[in-house]
Ligand binder design. Sequence first.
Ligand SMILES: [Zn+2]
Length: 151
Amino acid sequence: MAAPRAKLDAELVEETLERLRRDVQPICEKFTLRYDHLGASYDKSLYGFNREKGKIIRLRLINLRTGKLRSYNALLYTMIHEICHCRYHSHGSRFYALLRKANAYANKLGLYDPERNQMPQRPIHPPYFDPELKQRPARTVGDPVQLELFA
Ligand SMILES: [Zn+2]
């Protein structure tokens, strides 16, 4: 099945990015995470990436199957994953500990719609995306978040 070639409306992109920036602000403050720039990506192989610990974060907003905006829960989940990379570059146990705390805080703040699944069906970005990562992360097996992401 060929993916739709549609691009998202520029206004919708900006509104969504603005909502994400606003929503993660208290999370950044609580966990002292800092990023400089958030933008949209059209990279089909990734949900998002973080370059140089927050200098640039980009998220893919479009759902490749429908050509529409990805669900806000999935976008927020990806964004929180990426801001955690501002502290830890690789997917180690400290990274996932921070990610769990940040997501728990987001839930407490009511940022996620509890009616909807917040998990993307595939990894945010494959382990091989990280050029400094010489091998698969040690916590791949047994980490519930990771297991769900790879499910
Ligand atoms: Zn990651």
